[in-house]
Write a protein that binds this ligand. Structure first.
Ligand code: BTN
Length: 246
């Protein structure tokens, strides 16, 4: 549980880092709970499933250190809700979640979240890394062959500085972290584009096709196919829509 320190009160800013997640993991013992790190550029940024997530100054690269939390999975779910709320507070856009934590606007990915943990005593330190395409121009997605990627600038025409986006996310995340997932499950479900869709999940190198039908009380994706019902844990799988990215 976050104590008296406000999230991001200790905000460290760098012109360049390899990865904001790696920085916090390496320095977590010396930094207070709730510390946030923003880097203008990331040269060795990490995405989910071992992918690279490098970033220029037109993107937000931010990580938050959360100590002694009893439920790391909750951070992943709550940070996705926080990003959607922050987007809707700053832009005339509707933001949705592709389970578990890609943020989607108009069927395009505008943000990815990578939560990692570092064992430190009884409870792990959680590092929640958030990368948002804030001011990214069209040419970037074309050059990197990312047809499903877009930015908040492209989708809204609004030029909001990445740091302002980061601060708004911290404002939204703080109250969510003191709530239980059950309290916000309905909001998560309403924002979740994955529900009701056919998904292809790759679990331990095996491809499984099913319909996503629900989110359970711990945030797992409940799916159904001819073999019956089963749940998928975040972090273990890549879930893609059958007819495109979502
Ligand atoms: C994804 O694959 O969708 C997750 C991307 C997470 C990127 C962010 S940027 C800030 C933080 N630092 C990292 O190295 N990765 C995360």
């Amino acid at each position: 549980m976050l104590n008296t320190k406000k999230l991001g009160r200790n905000l460290l800013e760098f012109d360049e880092l390899g990865s904001t997640n790696t920085y916090l993991k390496e320095n977590s013992s010396d930094l207070p709970d709730g510390t946030a790190v923003i880097a203008k550029c990331q040269t060795n940024g990490k995405g989910r499933l071992g992918k690279v997530w490098n970033a220029e100054s037109d993107m937000l690269s931010m990580s938050v250190l959360l100590k002694a939390l009893d439920n790391p999975m909750k951070v992943t779910l709550m940070s996705a809700i926080a990003v959607t709320q922050a987007i809707e507070a700053l832009y005339p856009l509707k933001a949705q979640i592709k389970w578990t934590n890609d943020i989607i606007v108009n069927e395009h990915k505008v943000c990815g979240i990578l939560c990692e943990s570092r064992i430190n005593g009884e409870h792990p330190d959680i590092v929640c890394g958030i990368g948002v395409n804030v001011l990214t121009r069209k040419a970037f997605f074309e050059e990197h062959n990312l047809p499903y990627g877009s930015s908040l600038y492209i989708l809204s025409g609004k030029e909001i500085p990445p740091k302002e986006m980061g601060e708004e996310i911290l404002n939204k995340l703080e109250p969510l972290l003191s709530m239980s997932f059950e309290e916000v499950k309905e909001e998560y479900k309403q924002r979740c584009v994955t529900l009701g869709r056919a998904v292809r999940a790759v679990i331990n190198n095996n491809e499984v096709i099913a319909k996503a039908i629900d989110i359970d009380d711990t945030g797992r994706l409940v799916c159904e196919n001819k073999s019956g019902r089963f749940t998928i844990n975040a972090g273990e799988v890549s879930v893609r829509g059958l007819y495109g990215y979502i």
